[in-house]
Design a protein. Sequence first.
Length: 253
Amino acid sequence: MSARSVTVALDDRTVLRGADLDVGAGEWVTIIGPNGAGKSTLLRAVGGLLPFTGSIELFGTPITGLRRRERARLVATVPQQPTVPPGIAVLDYVLLGRTPYIPTLGRESRSDLEVVHGVLERLDLTGFAPRPLERLSGGERQRVFLARALAQGATLLLLDEPTAALDIGHQQEVLELVDELRRDRGLTVLTTMHDLSVAGEYADRLVLLAGGRIAAAGKPAEVLTEENLATHYGARVRVIPGEHGPLVVPVRS
Ligand SMILES: Nc1ncnc2c1ncn2[C@@H]1O[C@H](COP(=O)(O)OP(=O)(O)OP(=O)(O)O)[C@@H](O)[C@H]1O
């Protein structure tokens, strides 16, 4: 996907200004930045969920020219707090991911159900299928949200803080799974993330947003510098070289 000069105003306030972003097919790019920087806003604009000025293309097609169903087959979004229909079971929630493939007033096909069961199995959620989604723990729910996005079969996956509710083990499990799917199925991944070490370990490139503008972009080692993190987060950190990317350690003054 590519975005050029994307600007978003919410309630008459410009919260994203002139953002340029390219994510190549099969690439993983993570947007980092302090609270309120505009990370979710940029992700939502790319997902076609917000009005914007500028241009956004998904695999060569302007997003504004795509119908909802067409767009949903190309891009799947997991928001920070997805809406959960009251009382819905896990299986039915994940099945909602197949909506772009089900004819209006039609029913899901056998292949839709096969996709859903495959995804549930892959995410170790088969045992949860009949349970009400609302009664799952925060981390279990997070995996179900990801399952719905994967069931959608889109090529571009947009994940807003995908590991926020997860313990360290499930965090790794989910990110490894996303990376595996990226390699196996050629998925393109755009995420937001607060954990900078984890962000740097998984992404090919990082984009640092601050005050609605892109302040830095490049390989994790180019973006995760002590200077950048002091300037844009007001944070005192040490950056230590790690096996898969720089490790960012907060230090007291
Ligand atoms: N619906 C809205 N109306 C008005 N302002 C909004 C709206 N949604 C978000 N904003 C504002 O836009 C700015 C960017 O918000 P956004 O959610 O994109 O930030 P973020 O970088 O994802 O933050 P966080 O790390 O806290 O999740 C913030 O100042 C926020 O208050």
